[in-house]
Design a protein around this ligand. Sequence first.
Ligand SMILES: [Cu+2]
Length: 507
Amino acid sequence: MLVLVIAVLPWLGQAHVGSPDVFHDGEVGPYPVRITIRMPTVVPGRAEISVRVQGTQPEKVFFSPLFARTSITNAPPPDLGVLIEGETNLYSGELWLMSVGAYTIEIKLSGLLGTGKVQIPVSSVPLSQLPMPRFLGIILVGLGVILFFGGVAIVAAAARESVLAPGGVIGKIERRKGRLAAGITTVILLLGLLGGRRWWNADEAKFRTQLRGGAWPDLKAAVRVEGTQRILRLTLGEVAFGSAYSVPLIPDHGKLLHLFLIREGTQDGFAHLHPVRKGGNIFDVALPALPPGRYKVLCDLTMEGSVLSSTATNSVEVPTLATQATLAEVMKPDPDDSWAVYAGIPVPKNSGVAAVYRLLDGSQVEWKATAPIRVRQDAGLNFEVRNPSGQPVDLSPYMGMLSHAAILRSDGGVFSHLHPTGNYSMAAQAFFDKKLERETRTVDGAVAPMVDHSKMDHSGGHAKHKSGVSSISLPYEFPTAGDYRIWVQFKVGDQVQTAVFDTTVAD
Ligand SMILES: [Cu+2]
């Protein structure tokens, strides 16, 4: 009669490919801060926010959430962050995220040095389905049984006795009337229960479509050989949206998709590519000179409308490419595509002391010594790039960022794409910056710039880029224990390089 929701989908273990917390590092106005947002696993749920300020302290720290579909004029008033007892520079607060969809969490600091604010986009999606407790199920079934038979009995009694004179005797006709009424009521109630069961199942199915515990949406991947190239074709969200619906996406640094390919098993082939839409939900990309084999496909995207960002995953067999010089190139690779093949190159392991990765040209990347890396603590992702003679190099921005990094747990259960500013979608942040600028302007007539440009470069050139930077630091905390591999990408001159490191994270 009552359907108990006990089953939990098996893939729920791998949340938003396993790493739901959001980190930000950078200057908020005049204050350098590190922000951590611990996301709830249910909706509605409470996000826990902490802000660590380096240097001069602000007087006040404010937090406020804004839903993607809500106008800023209807935004709730900001909450005041509380200075944690015993700490001098750590503020914390909690915000309720009521709906499924994208939010921006605005963090505003004000004090003697002035004010500053930053938008951090987060995806508010249920990551798990809580099971119905057994005792509650038993109580509900019991109440349901009482209501059902009680209802039948009341109707039967009414049909039998309601027109009987006081003190009258129940005869054969009345009894038959009662039985007939009981029969009809049973049928009506059973139909009602059947409808109720359908409604419950439909509602649960709808809820399950919103669950984003793992990779989402579905992704099909296949490689074909055409001309001199191997073309990877991706079909996005055929099951989730239907093949006729063309998923609208927000570009991130001018690219709709940021695709990572990682060779399975040996993990000695890596590529960061940008597929191009070929109509509908079909995307193509020409593969670089990766060795053949089975590759994990991880595809980052941000949806227009909902502004939700997520990672779609699959795996694909990359065939050998027989060189046939007579054939033509069918697809021009994106100039920002990069890849690294490092079979035979030892991958250094960070185990407390500095680990150094040597690139083929002799330059070195050092992962500076860290304290033992533990779950949900600063991962200490600080790297220094030196040229072959050991001198620090001058890094150029690669797709607007000082670095792009990818993290994968050895079993594939955790994947994260990071930048020195944080691990949230830059496309979603740009969307919220624009939305707020537009809506604030309609309120005030003027608007102050609120984007932190200290670590990014949207101009495409070197205009806003600080020169002489040779170190990369990425704000991140590993969500679970295990063996991880990290690919750190950066640009020197016009060459994109990829350094590779391993580490083991303890509980
Ligand atoms: Cu990136």
